[in-house]
Design a protein around this ligand. Structure first.
Ligand SMILES: O=C(O)CCC(=O)C(=O)O
Length: 244
């Protein structure tokens, strides 16, 4: 099998794949520089739905909607080579629907409860995915993302509002698969994971002295539609802990 065909096969089977050196060291440095500039110069003038802060109310936990608020990141998400890579995984024409960050800052970075992204995206068929790109090293200690391989095959599981700012909806109960049997996304800067929107995943708080910044590119196939039942559950949860 060619690497491209292997990627599609692994993605279909496991619901998550690892891509080493998705971005070069120069590209990672450019992402970091633009994020720092945006946070320093632009963020305070953007609407509240542009970010979620950690509990200290000043350190960024997430940036949201960068494809809308930042032209540089919109162009990154629209790159032809990235669109070509994800198109076969989406079974259709990619539509960029989100560019966001999970900053997981040193010492205070909060955890992410068990969830399936389609509880947020609410799309049917679930031809939607996230490219999660490491900007910092992701280690076992600083809150890597754990994925339950193959969990997307079982479809959407019951949800409940989580009360977590930035991750308002989670699973009603955690999966039975123990942590040691889950796939841990240990990444060097520039490496990426790509996960399907119904693959169960979560991450722990970051209590280390090392930040764990991830940049996320979210795409759907142009043929997907909003599922009203998923949307109703999400609307209830996000109203409790906006904006995401
Ligand atoms: O970065 C994290 O810790 C969680 C990321 C996540 O939930 C996602 O990629 O959907």
């Amino acid at each position: 099998m060619t690497p491209a065909v292997q990627l599609v096969t692994d993605y279909e089977n496991d619901g998550v794949v690892l891509v080493r050196a998705f971005l070069s060291a120069e590209e990672v440095a450019a992402v970091r520089a633009e994020l720092e500039r945006y946070i320093r110069d632009d963020l305070s003038a953007q609407p509240p739905d542009a970010r979620t802060f950690e509990k200290d109310e000043k350190t960024v936990r997430n940036l949201w909607r960068l494809e809308k608020y930042n032209e540089w990141f919109r162009q990154l998400g629209e790159r032809a080579d990235i669109r070509a890579l994800v198109a076969p995984l989406l079974h259709g024409e990619p539509v960029l629907v989100g560019v966001e960050t999970f900053n997981k800052p040193a010492r205070i970075g909060s955890g992410v409860p068990y969830h399936q992204d389609n509880a947020y995206f609410c799309q049917t068929p679930p031809d939607m995915l996230t490219v999660w790109i490491a900007i910092d090293p992701v280690t076992e200690a600083n809150g890597p993302v754990f994925f339950v391989k193959g969990s997307h095959h079982a479809g959407m599981q019951p949800t409940k509002p989580s009360g977590v700012r930035g991750n308002s909806i989670g699973m009603a109960s955690p999966p039975a698969v123990p942590l040691r049997d889950q796939f841990c996304g240990l990444l060097a800067p520039g490496d990426a994971t790509i996960h399907q929107c119904e693959t169960i995943h979560h991450s722990a708080p970051n209590t280390t002295d090392f930040a764990r910044l991830g940049l996320l590119l979210v795409y759907r196939g142009s043929h997907t539609q909003t599922d009203p039942a998923l949307k109703a559950a999400y609307s209830t949860a996000v109203a409790m802990t906006p904006p995401a």
